[in-house]
Design a binder for this molecule. Structure first.
Ligand SMILES: Nc1ncnc2c1ncn2[C@@H]1O[C@H](COP(=O)(O)OP(=O)(O)OP(=O)(O)O)[C@@H](O)[C@H]1O
Ligand SMILES: [Mg+2]
Length: 383
């Protein structure tokens, strides 16, 4: 019955497009600044977005190097009056190739409404995979990824950078776009406050005590039992695949027309969880290493991206990385294997790096409040 329900609750939540604030063009000042410092650089394009303005630049001669542009980054921030640490230098697709991009925060920042992000995917697993929109790119266009091919996801950023809000928007995206026969979600909420509004949603499940409990958010002390139950589910799924000669959940669903759902296990503050409940580490490691083909995907978030937390085999298996704002370049390197996340603006500003390891894409997440989630859950119960 739930399957027939009309989804897309968030389409009705005001503001389905992203506004772009107006402002002055700094392109000439950027060219002038680099010329004064002996670097010949031309601004080829300007793209003003909701949070930052992107200047697509090219270097004038073979004597001008990217390293010199990067060395002048902090001085440019001061010269433009945005602060030494606020200018980001990345890459951008440009005219069929790739160009250098200088991204400068706007004085005025526009919010990214949930309606502009959450409902933009089709929700058709057979055609598009387990597609979910992460946010908008620097120009305000929605950016979505297929979680079924982006294996497990690491989300890291300092306190207040927007991890929990991002996870909330990701869960809303999955629940709003897919029925429980296609995708179920479990949420481990160590703080016990951030995801409680999902309680009662039939697409949110907790395992570990015999029958799956619908509408239940997992508490820290229940996490190990829940993750162990997911390991058992993974093993029984693999046996089912072997029975019909399927290699993974996609093939199994195609071959049998079965309604085996993908499972996305979201764990917020997983460092705190592993410190306080070390028995959760074993099943988490097994899931990270093997559960992907069984359609079980982990999304692990932490405030502490230090190397001793995000380590070894676990890190290697979390090959999709999302860095929100961090305190230092070192923290950014732990998450992305490169700097950059220390220059972000906070509040859902993030760098997404897919499993192919290509240059990170800068995205801005949408804001979902507890009231939005409560309204969403109530609308599902009422239908
Ligand atoms: N996408 C967003 N748009 C606008 N504001 C946001 C966004 N994301 C987060 N914020 C603001 O930042 C605050 C902190 O966000 P959040 O609680 O998600 O941070 P956190 O990274 O989970 O922090 P902690 O590590 O302390 O749990 C939110 O209460 C909200 O005010
Ligand atoms: Mg949080």
């Amino acid at each position: 019955m739930f399957k027939e329900m009309e989804r897309r609750y968030f389409r009705g939540l005001g503001g389905d497009s992203v506004s772009v604030p107006s402002g002055s063009d700094r392109g000439e000042r950027i060219e002038g600044f680099f010329a004064e410092n002996g670097v010949s650089l031309r601004v080829d394009g300007v793209e003003r977005g909701p949070v930052v303005t992107k200047y697509v630049v090219s270097l004038g001669s073979d004597r001008d190097h990217v390293a010199r542009v990067e060395n002048l980054r902090r001085d440019l921030g001061i010269r433009l009056g945005v602060g030494a640490g606020r200018v980001y230098i990345g890459e951008t697709p440009w005219k069929g190739g790739v160009s250098l991009a200088i991204e400068v925060p706007n004085a005025e920042r526009a919010g990214v409404p949930a309606g502009a992000v959450i409902p933009v995917v089709s929700g058709d697993i057979a055609r598009d995979g387990l597609r979910v929109c992460l946010g908008v790119d620097t120009s305000g266009r929605p950016y979505s990824v297929d979680l079924s091919v982006a294996p497990h996801v690491l989300v890291a950023g300092q306190s207040g950078s927007g991890k929990s809000v991002f996870l909330n928007s990701l869960i809303c995206g999955l629940l709003d776009n897919y029925g429980p026969g296609d995708c179920e979600v479990s949420v481990v909420d160590p703080k016990g406050t951030e995801f409680i509004s999902f309680s009662g949603h039939p697409g949110v499940v907790r395992y570990g005590w015999g029958i799956p409990e619908e509408g239940a958010v997992v508490k820290s002390e229940e996490a190990a039992a829940h993750l162990e139950a997911l390991v058992r589910i993974m093993r029984s799924r693999m046996a089912a695949f072997a029975g019909v000669g399927a290699g993974n959940i996609r093939e199994y669903r195609e071959m049998t027309g079965g309604s085996m759902p993908y499972h996305v296990a979201v764990v917020d503050e997983f460092y705190d969880l592993l410190v306080n409940y070390p028995e959760a580490e074993g099943p988490m490691g097994i899931l990270a290493a093997k559960a992907r083909s069984a359609g079980i995907h982990l999304v692990l978030a932490t405030q502490r991206p230090s190397a001793d937390v995000v380590r070894g085999a676990l890190k290697a298996n979390l090959s999709t990385r999302i860095a929100l704002k961090v305190a230092s370049r070192t923290d950014s390197q732990v998450i992305l294997d490169r700097g950059g996340a220390e220059t972000l603006c906070g509040r859902g500003d993030m760098l997404y790096m897919g499993p192919d390891g290509d240059a990170p894409v800068r995205l801005h997440g949408c804001y979902v409040s507890n009231a939005d989630i409560k309204g969403f859950v109530a609308s599902c119960a009422g239908r």
